[in-house]
Design a protein around this ligand. Sequence first.
Ligand SMILES: C[S@@+](CC[C@H](N)C(=O)[O-])C[C@H]1O[C@@H](n2cnc3c(N)ncnc32)[C@H](O)[C@@H]1O
Ligand SMILES: O=C(O)C(=O)C[C@]1(C(=O)O)C=C[C@@H](O)C=C1
Length: 247
Amino acid sequence: MSKEPDRLFAQPLPEVPDFAFNEDVVRVFPDMIKRSVPGYPTIVENLGVLAAQFAQPGSVLYDLGSSLGAVTQALRRHVRTDGCRVIAVDNSAAMVERCREYLNGQDSMFQELLPVDVIEGDILALQFQPASVVALNFTLQFIAPDERLALLARIRQSLLPGGALILSEKLRFNDPQEHALLTDLHIAFKRANGYSELEIAQKRSAIENVMKPDSLDEHRERLLAAGFSTVVPWFQCLNFASLIALP
Ligand SMILES: C[S@@+](CC[C@H](N)C(=O)[O-])C[C@H]1O[C@@H](n2cnc3c(N)ncnc32)[C@H](O)[C@@H]1O
Ligand SMILES: O=C(O)C(=O)C[C@]1(C(=O)O)C=C[C@@H](O)C=C1
């Protein structure tokens, strides 16, 4: 994995462009996401552990919005169920190209890993195959809010009995004091990871038009409306959380 540090927002920009998963972001993404998302390494590794409990023989495991394939690699480290394969999907060509390189690297180091297909495509246009595990790890927040319910309903339709959706997201909070507190603590997390006030402010304006977090209640209600029967939060660190949704 690239060790290049994220300095994308370190210099004052005359105008901060909307955040995009382009070549510049790809180069620094492992560093960016680890220093920006509290609990990210724990979520990714345990997503593999959880997935192993839900994987059904001969089924597909989806990594939707796979970026550089961190979740796909965790699935391949932990899932030992016969006949499973991983389908990783991302609509950023730059991410997909680098993801394939990293997965080839994993293949060259370990034997008997689950086979994986990396598809460059829009998850909103995907024809889902019967799946036992679907991971949306910090991806739904980048989908237009009015598309989210239909996507989750299609995922629910594709899930096999005994399977699970694992959904990780940045959260917003309806209570203004709770929202302000957790936002301040997230900023403190970024500062502690070496981001300057300028970097934090410019990143915030880059993502505000393209990333729209929901509250935990909104997630729960939407998942139930999409046909899931059970929604269980399994991890929260500051304003970032991960949920298991069962069919
Ligand atoms: C924050 S990143 C996900 C991080 C990754 N899952 C991980 O755990 O390292 C969001 C990803 O979703 C992808 N994405 C956003 N909208 C998408 C869409 N409609 N279809 C496919 N991928 C999408 C972006 O290109 C980006 O790589
Ligand atoms: O909320 C922020 O400040 C973030 O930087 C979060 C976040 C994310 O949750 O995906 C946004 C964009 C990058 O992909 C990395 C992290």
